[in-house]
Design a protein around this ligand. Sequence first.
Ligand code: AHR
Length: 632
Amino acid sequence: MKTLSLATFLMVLALSAAPALTAQTPSFTVEADHPIAKVSPSLYGLMTEEINHSYDGGIYGELILDRTPGDSWDALNSWPMVARGNSAAKVSIDGATAPGAALKRSLRVAVTAAAADAPAGVENGGYWGIPVRPKTIYTGSFYAKTDVPGLAVTVTLENDQTGAVAAKTVVTGLTREWKQYTYTLRTGDAPVSEKYHLLLTITQPATVWFDLVSLFPPTYHGRPEGDRIDLMNLLAAMHPKFLRLPGGNYLEGDHIADRFDWEKTIGPWVDRPTHQGPWSYRSSDGMGLLEFLDWCEDLKMEPVLAVYAGYSLHGEHVDPGPALAPYVQDALDEIEYVTGDTTTKWGAERAKDGHPAPFPLHYVEVGNEDFFDRSHSYDGRFAQFDRAIKQRYPNLQIIATTPVKGVTPDVIDEHYYMSAEESFAQAHHYDKTDRTGPKIFVGEWATREGSPTPDLEAALGDAAWLTGLERNSDIVVMASYAPLFVNVNPGAMQWAPDLIGYDALASYGSPSYWTQVLFATHLGTEVVASTLASAPERVFASVTRDAAKHKLFVKVVNANSTAQPLAIALTGVAKLAPEATLTTLSGKTPNATNSLAHPDAVVPTERKIPVAGPKFTLTFAPYSVNVLELHD
Ligand code: AHR
């Protein structure tokens, strides 16, 4: 958030004062001593999946594109041949040798001519560039074998345009057998740029095979092979309480064989076969089950674990009954991997993978968007999972992805992708929802305006929608926007808009991101009664309080092009501090937005306002999301 300069502050005041206050000024009555519902403490969280290069080329810190050569016709695109001077080399995919049984192929580099001043090998340009910063330590590794024992491989970070070397090291002593080698690259005064590539070269004729070539920059909390720092910082500012993982469509896969098969995503990389995701590219599975859980731990969130439930996107399904039993067992094992102590089979496996302590888990989701299943098998599939999970883990809350017959799920996951007009229209969607049924998890929602990231119009729609979720958070226990991430480089995106944008080097939060930061950082513990009388259309509000902290949070969304005065009357307040804080997110036009070039075009601004007593008029800027924080 930024603080207003004096000039901007005076401008805002002038704007706020613009409309004449008449007898028609709408009134907003807040019954501060009349709580009507509890606010769910876990209301705001994150939804994640491998889409738009969210992990590979996103939050997962790996800098090397296709570190394991893929199985498609273009597998070599990420690994161009390098032959400097008079050297000669041929690069191919070798399906006959790989460092472990899980991997089916490797990169074969046959160098027929090379010398110290004419090296040859391969290069990798990373995910739309390899970002390099000065005085930084990069840690790397690769598996390799050669037909010339003792061979040395030079690893270089080289500028794409100038050929300047940012860092270089030599890995010696390759053998005829596959072995993993580690290396470190230290940059000096290299200028900050993402226009770098990694070179693996040799200086004599030889054939060398590579696999799992990796390079990591410093990561969040220094976690080895962990997450990208800037993106984690953006997420931390959202104060998320949970992470819905691993999808979305990514959980289901296009086919059953392409599902998120959690067991194949744990342990050493060499034991992870990688898999085809549904969003057009292959996943390295570097972001495996344990890495998701580490991510949760780093941001103090709880996982909301979605388990594969026997339905994949192209329509394949598994019938309930004996055929489904192995999948149910798989889910039970997965839950044990997350929560079991080290005396359990999968808890011990997790300890072996480096995390002896169990992770907290309260929610398990069975499948994803099973209303798409034309075989109508979800009633049976859900019941089978629900029964088995409840029997073994009676305290877990089970989430269904659509209403089911025969069993009452604890929670139902509802998804809403809306235009801004639809978000405004749906702001009261949950006001009348039956309180006796299952709780609601809005596991995916977004106002879809703007690309690649949402614009201010979207943020206004989001804010209107969020007032409704917050007001009803006795029943709406959790909510998460989707999709969360987009790599904004051409060709990286499959879905727009997405909350947070980035390239290899930089990142930014969209106006919708800032809306969520505003709502999540002013959550409160109870909803209090409030009445907005004769307000024009496209004005929305909700009020919460935190009694222990003596704070009242009044959220007002003005989605109109004109400033909106409201005559605010606080009832039931014995004491009121003479100054309140008004935080506002606004812009001049609905399509105002943020981007890599202008990351701060639409960000919240904060100002103090005098409050003389419980009745005062406040004018809210055009196209604005506001939080007024009052205390006694
Ligand atoms: O968020 C993008 C996709 O939308 C999710 O993968 C899927 O669950 C939904 O249809």
